[in-house]
Design a protein around this ligand. Structure first.
Ligand SMILES: Cc1ncc(COP(=O)(O)O)c(C=O)c1O
Length: 451
């Protein structure tokens, strides 16, 4: 059993499992591996990922100024590849252990939210390519270049800061251009691409390696807007090619789009949810063998008989209709258990679904034990995950809390210990694919073009 002890303290790491916290999370890293294999199998079956946007002609330019990375078997693999999203502490699963497993499995790269998140992984010894998804302000440019991260860029200020840092540190600034194909968040609009490309060309030291976009409605029943964004991204890529940026590494598909839109697989997909074994909340998804990696457990702190007519918790939102056997659980919204799920959520005790009664408190949740029977204080209950034949999914909790499924594991707090199983690759002597050189390009088929 591993833990995250020894991880840098910033951002504050969750407590290690041996700390006896009132509730804890068990992460099955073998499930993460299996989910990744399922995604890869799906990509291989889908097959047509390269057909939509015409593959760009390979650039004749050498990777000037960049040290050649050691040959990696990954580089020979057929696209599309997996750029696994491990931002926000790997959606609460623990960025370092999850990233280690993904690196061993040879993902093309990892996506983090910030330079701080990238630094945490670099300090843990992870050297594979890492894309910083957020644009950040120019003050983070130096650290991004120093750490060999791949920076998302959509502003001239950031371009300038990266170029300056590159000159100062004597190493290239790796860059993926963010295209706003319709999300209306970060990015250069397709009609701004030519103008932006002119600025790119003036900057020395930038390694403009990729371009990507992000979908606004990947999980909507109606695919029309996602398809429109695909067309807009295509337009931006054509604009970039017209300005001399032919060989960009292209990616746009999150988990839902990976499953729904094979045409959007391009050079890589960027799944988060699927890696963690969570099905996106989207209609009509194809079957995929997924195993939820995270189980959240606690122990009953107190059992009591509540007389009929007695209310439970703040604001008296629940009143017992008759005498009821109830349990108090030592977990609450301070741990990330959603207050909004008050009187809606269920918890598994002895394999039975027990309703949450009353308002979820900062440190306590109350459940009705009627379906479970004679549960005693100290017994283990499951807030998220399986017990016996029953399972509570992140999607269930998201529905009870009226939120997106991403939020459910991600907000599980740092006072909840993380315990890990399945970290070792069964029967593996050597790990495939962790590349000691973070300057490795994503693809030999599309050699990067230095600028
Ligand atoms: C830019 C970007 N790409 C990919 C993802 C992964 O999304 P999902 O977890 O739905 O696969 C996210 C998640 O928020 C994201 O922000």
């Amino acid at each position: 059993m591993n833990d995250t002890a020894g991880a840098p303290s910033f951002p504050a790491a969750p407590l290690a499992c041996d700390r006896q916290t009132p509730s804890w999370v068990e992460v099955d890293l073998a499930a993460v591996r299996r989910n990744l294999h399922s995604v890869r199998d799906f990509l291989a079956r889908a097959g047509e990922g390269q057909s939509v946007l015409e593959p760009a002609p390979a650039s004749a330019s050498p990777r000037g100024g960049l040290p050649a990375g050691p040959a990696s078997p990954l580089l020979e693999a057929s696209p599309p590849r997996v750029l696994a999203v491990v931002k926000a502490n790997a959606y609460g699963h623990g960025a370092i252990p999850v990233a280690r497993v993904l690196a061993e499995e040879g993902v093309a790269g990892l996506a983090v939210a910030s330079v701080v998140e990238g630094a945490q992984l670099r300090e843990a010894g992870l050297s594979l390519p890492m894309l910083v998804l957020a644009a950040g302000d120019a003050s983070i440019a130096g650290e991004s270049v120093r750490l060999g991260l791949i920076q998302t860029v959509c502003s001239k200020e950031m371009l300038g800061a990266l170029a300056e840092a590159s000159q100062r540190l004597g190493r290239p600034a790796r860059v993926h251009l963010k295209i706003d194909s319709g999300l209306g968040r970060l990015g250069i609009r397709p009609d701004e691409v030519a103008h932006f490309a002119a600025h790119l060309r003036q900057r020395r030291g930038l390694w403009v390696e990729g371009a990507f976009t992000h979908l606004a409605t990947a999980d909507d029943a109606d695919p029309a807007y996602a398809q429109l964004q695909h067309a807009e991204f295509s337009r931006a890529l054509q604009g970039l090619a017209g300005a001399g940026f032919h060989s960009l590494f292209r990616h746009m598909a999150n988990s839902a789009a990976t499953l729904r839109f094979p045409r959007m697989h391009l050079d890589a997909v960027r799944p988060g949810l699927l890696v963690y074994g969570i099905r996106p909340d989207a209609p009509g998804l194809p079957a995929l063998d997924l195993q939820p990696a995270l189980t959240w457990k606690t122990r009953v702190a107190f059992v009591r008989l509540l007389p009929g007519g007695h209310s439970v918790s703040y604001s008296r939102t629940y009143v017992a209709d008759r005498e009821r056997r109830c349990a108090v659980l030592p977990v609450g919204y301070a741990d990330g258990y959603p207050r909004r799920s008050s009187n809606r959520a269920q918890v598994l005790a002895r394999g039975a679904m027990c309703p949450v009664i009353g308002t979820v408190c900062m440190d306590h949740v109350m459940i009705d034990l009627t379906p479970a029977g004679d549960v005693a204080a100290g017994e283990e209950v499951v807030l998220l995950g399986a017990q016996g034949q029953a399972r509570i999914t992140a999607n269930d909790i998201a529905a009870w809390a009226e939120t997106v499924v991403h939020e459910v594991p991600t907000v599980i707090g740092n006072r909840v210990a993380r315990c890990y199983t399945g970290g070792d690759r069964a029967g593996s002597g050597s790990a495939r694919g962790e590349d000691p050189d973070e300057t490795r390009p994503f693809s030999r088929r599309h050699p990067a073009r230095p600028h």
